[in-house]
Design a protein. Sequence first.
Length: 251
Amino acid sequence: MTRLFDDFRHEADTRIAALTAEADAGALDPAIDLLVDAVVAGGVLQAFGTGHSEAFAMEIAGRAGGLIPTNRIALRDVVLRGSREVDILGGSSLERDPAIVDELFELTPVGEHDVFLIASNSGVNGSIVGMALKAKETGHKVIAVTSLQHTDAVEPKHPSGKKLRDIADVVIDNKAPYGDATLELPGGVKAGAISSITAAFIAQLLTLAVAERIAESGQTPPVYISANIPGGDEHNKALEDLYRDRISRTA
């Protein structure tokens, strides 16, 4: 078992090292530029992902050390904030529904300067591609985080015939392999999914770079501090109030 753990750590380390090298070489700069411009202009970073890719949106929006002008869009919003019944959340049909984004947009206060960050390992599910198309149609920039190896190996599922990578202004490869799992086990099965780990790392690289760029300009980055330290709630609420009714913090 120890060997298996070591092998998985190697898979994670190798991909994180590759992402770090690319970031050092400026590969993330186009995305960082879009995000900084949005925050400085008073915009909100709209993060969206379904299934396990929602972990990326959770890394971007609403956590300690993260940027406050961020909003996490989730499929369950159509139940929690809309009029859909809870049983619609069962199974994967909702994330494959390209039309659900119309309801999500109605429930989400999207501002002129907002930028969308959309994560999907496959980059082909209907809601993901639909969200990217809707964002572009309404004049917003889109940053995609996806597995290029996986998305290149599968057929589009959206009626447009497009994949997330075809729509986004900036595409970031999460370095996950086709199928996401990294290690082959006895019997030919594979396990050790990696996309959540690399996507979280990408989210933190972007957050750090945006905060640093804003700090270097002489402004104070609007960053959360932990609510579990003295003064945390007061600090966070004061900054959240600047984006009142534009950012949502739901379970």
